[in-house]
Design a protein around this ligand. Structure first.
Ligand SMILES: *Cc1c(COP(=O)(O)O)cnc(C)c1O
Length: 436
């Protein structure tokens, strides 16, 4: 299986190359050249399969080149936590993706990518430097996923003052091979610095640069697997008739939604999708107007989704051959305000006793607003304790802190502050290289 670039101006590469370089030489994202298919037998026996079996089977379709044993080991080492599907209300279900070490769904992609990269680097005795721009949760997931993984140094670039203290503590307190860079700008500025770095040949060669943002195909592929697993659980525990579920994905950079759409295209019986955004509504607007107008992001309560120019939209456009109409046959999109988000946290708590985080709340509010009649699976992307300020606003009380968060809060912040300026950043990165 090969991976081609969205623009198709560079040649297709194998998984190892796509994983290590992150972005294609033509500057666009890698996508599977042809989407594979799960066999009909496999699909019909989903309810009998274990999580591990489903993950390995799904990934093996994309990673034919990797020996089966290696893939099984990588999956065992990275997906060390459960991903349960729970009933919220009558026909609403939550896919709890936040039971990993940093309590957000990005643990799945980040940990898989770390182990896969370490597998290939170990074979070659090579060093690599990973750059990651974060609007909140990516940074901590990547920092934790790569912490103490040999041959790898990680730089996490985050917007100063625009993430919660807890998120900041989670990514700035590890030390070791993890460097936290506090950028005086927005998430989009951070992402731009990363993109510019990866397009800079000299820099790429000097530091053997790659990225771990959701633009890396090594992060995206494992996310496909939990939608297959969600369907297995739904069929086993909740299915009553032949109706297929709709999947709702709270979206920012649209990686998680892209993975869900890939899951359907490889054969998972999903009816359709609802992309739920916060006030950063460029995609809902694109679906309505037919033209895509990226903008600067605005800050909201669901800050891990504050993205004004979602990278993964290009992957969806490539999949649907730039036909918005076709895309809309599978995917609907809606924007939810901060007020609706708070109301939803409150409503869900009062009706069910579940405390949901603001990102999940955007998804639940979206599902209600669209009045979906089919069974609806909402990706629950983070633990509410990561967003105490918002929970406090909505419920007038906080949720208990899980131990891993308490530990991070008690540690010392280690970070370097820079302006959102490529020249300054480039110099700092090269200087850091010469000191090693
Ligand atoms: C990153 C993130 C999202 C958005 O996921 P995308 O793949 O960027 O669309 C949603 N919720 C949480 C908690 C996140 O960390």
């Amino acid at each position: 299986m090969k991976f081609k670039s969205v623009l198709e101006q560079s040649s297709p590469v194998d998984f190892r190359e796509a994983l290590c370089s992150g972005i294609a030489p033509d500057g666009s994202l890698y996508v599977p050249e042809l989407l594979p298919s799960l066999s009909v037998e496999f699909i019909s026996s989903l309810p009998e399969k274990s999580f591990q079996e489903i993950v390995v089977k799904t990934l093996s379709l994309f990673l034919e080149e990797m020996p089966g044993e290696a893939l099984e080991r990588i999956v065992r080492q990275s997906l060390t936590f459960p991903i349960p599907l729970v009933r919220l209300e009558e026909h609403l279900f939550l896919l709890e993706l936040f039971r990993g070490p940093t309590l957000a769904f990005k643990d799945v992609g980040a940990r898989f990518m770390a182990q896969a990269l370490s597998y290939y680097l170990g074979q070659e005795e090579r060093e690599t430097t990973i750059l990651v721009a974060t609007s909140g949760d990516t940074g901590s997931a990547v920092a934790h996923g790569f912490f103490n993984v040999s041959h790898i140094t990680v730089y996490v670039l985050y917007p100063s003052g625009k993430i919660s203290r807890l998120q900041e503590q989670q990514m700035t307190t590890l030390g070791g091979n993890i460097r936290a860079i506090e950028v005086e700008g927005t998430f989009d500025d951070c992402q731009k610095l990363v993109k510019q770095s990866l397009a800079d040949r000299e820099l790429v060669n000097a530091r053997n640069l790659t990225t771990a943002n959701s633009i890396n195909i090594g992060r995206l592929l494992p996310q496909i697997t939990y939608y297959v697993w969600a369907m297995a659980q739904w069929q086993k525990q909740f299915k009553q008739n032949d109706e297929k579920p709709v999947v709702v994905v709270p979206s920012g950079n649209f990686g998680n939604l892209t993975a869900a759409v890939y899951a359907k295209w490889i054969g998972t019986p999903i009816k359709g999708f609802l992309a739920a955004t916060n006030a950063n509504d460029v995609v809902p607007e694109y679906f309505q107007a037919g033209v895509f107008t990226p903008r600067s992001s605005v800050q909201t309560y669901s800050n891990a989704m504050d993205v004004g120019n979602p990278s993964n939209l290009a992957r969806l456009q490539a999949l649907y051959r730039f036909d918005v109409q076709k895309m809309k046959n599978d995917i609907q999109a809606i924007s939810i305000t901060d007020t609706q988000t708070l109301e939803e946290i409150k409503r869900t708590y009062e009706r069910t006793g579940h405390v949901i985080d603001p990102h999940t709340a955007v998804g639940v509010a979206a599902a209600r607003a669209m009045n979906i009649k089919a069974p609806t699976i909402i990706a629950s992307t983070a633990h509410p304790a990561k967003f105490q300020e918002v929970i406090q606003l909505a419920l007038g009380k906080e949720v208990p802190l899980p131990v891993q968060l308490q530990e991070a809060l008690d540690k010392q912040k280690l970070s370097v502050k820079i302006p959102a300026d490529f020249t300054v950043w480039r110099k700092a990165l090269l200087a850091d290289a010469t000191t090693r």
